[in-house]
Design a binder for this molecule. Structure first.
Ligand code: TXA
Ligand code: MG
Length: 347
């Protein structure tokens, strides 16, 4: 299959809508990451998403809509909390999990009685949903397990030859996937994102819980609240270890790691640092930055491109400097933890 990449325009929107109506898979930009979209009402179309991504069949997809009223067709119960959150944060990087009305194809919910719904803020995503006149199921447009794509080039790197069409909307503003909050019972965050726990609690006027699996590995045999929690994610090919501490401690840690290496050309040891911008030239190993220190929004926007750059660099062992993990920083920390399979060193 030839993959066409076309910049966002009325023409690209019309072509994408035609393909979607015909049951094909199209990659579209959203403000969070690029999505791999298909008609959520058509089981065969949704199945093509799973095939293109190599996604485990038991991991459900988010349904993207462009009009709040569609929520009533997709969810069987729309509690007042859902309205409050839609009013506060849609269109935007928030997904709500609600009881399913059973109108979307069963593959979308992967056998669960619930469905995740989001109204994205990117004009290209909204235009394509509107032109297609369909709710679109769309996971992140990466091959399962690799970092989510935040540019059309990332999408092509994973999807060239697997899908017919990519709408290029430039680099994604947010850079990490939406906050996922379940409203099936008391509100609980299943995946942290750019919309924070504090913002959700403020909009609802009630506390919002955080699933333990956001920062801890699932116990053996524990059933995840969200199937996505059980898979390794966002991972570069290199082994990644998170290192919590200040810059000087991080530099000392890397110097010690080099000293521990068997004698060889230090340029060949495959160690690469993931650090904050401005630190790259002051470390004893090659380094790639993921955002300015203390600027969590910039770190979120740069994270997945940095993880992909580590692979391009041929890194074998990566040490990633991390700081405090609250607010948007928690979402960044959650992605890094999964990429590192929960390996963390505290200095
Ligand atoms: O920002 C985003 O959410 C992006 C863009 C494209 O919208 N999409 C995205 O989709 O990140 P995906 O499939 O990569 O991640 C969806 C996450 C998975 O962890 C999945 O398990 C969870 O949401 N999820 C979806 N439906 C669910 C449901 N009914 N119950 C619990 N978790 C659900
Ligand atoms: Mg994903």
């Amino acid at each position: 299959m030839r993959t066409q990449l076309v910049p966002f325009s009325p023409n690209a929107t019309a072509l994408a809508a035609q393909l979607l109506q015909a049951g094909q898979v199209v990659a579209i930009p959203t403000e969070t990451v690029y999505g791999l979209a298909a008609n959520a009402l058509d089981g065969a179309a949704v199945q093509r998403i799973f095939a293109a991504k190599g996604r485990p069949q038991d991991n459900p997809l988010i349904v993207h809509i462009a009009n709040e009223a569609v929520l009533y067709q997709i969810a069987s119960v729309v509690p007042p909390a859902a309205w409050q959150l839609a009013k506060a944060f849609w269109p935007g990087p928030l997904t709500m999990v609600l009881p399913s009305a059973g109108t979307v194809a069963p593959q979308v919910s992967a056998g669960l009685p619930t469905v995740g719904v989001r109204m994205p803020a990117h004009p290209a995503a909204l235009a394509v949903i509107q032109a297609a006149g369909l709710p679109l199921a769309a996971p992140s447009a990466n091959v399962s397990g690799t970092p989510s794509p935040t540019t059309a080039a990332h999408v092509l790197a994973d999807m060239d030859g697997r899908i017919p069409f990519v709408v290029d909307g430039g680099a994604c503003r947010v850079g990490i996937e939406s906050t996922v909050v379940s409203l099936v019972d008391a509100p609980v965050i299943l995946r942290p994102g750019f919309i924070t726990q504090q913002q959700l609690a403020q909009a609802l006027g009630t506390p919002v819980a955080m699933a333990a699996a956001v920062t801890q590995p699932l116990a053996a045999g524990e059933a995840p609240a969200s199937p996505g929690m059980k898979y390794r994610h966002y991972a570069p090919r290199a082994q990644l270890v998170l290192v919590q501490g200040g810059f000087e401690e991080f530099r000392g840690f890397l110097e010690q790691k080099i000293a521990e290496m068997p004698a060889q050309n230090p340029a060949d040891n495959g160690i690469v640092a993931l650090c904050f911008s401005g630190e790259e030239d002051r470390l004893p190993v090659p380094a790639i930055a993921y955002g300015a220190p203390g600027d969590e929004a910039a770190q979120a926007a740069g994270l997945f491109a940095a993880l992909r750059a580590l692979d391009e660099h041929g890194a074998k062992q990566v040490y990633a400097r991390i700081e405090q993990a609250d607010g948007v920083g928690l979402a960044v920390y959650n992605r890094l933890l999964r990429a590192a399979a929960f390996r963390v060193v505290h200095l």
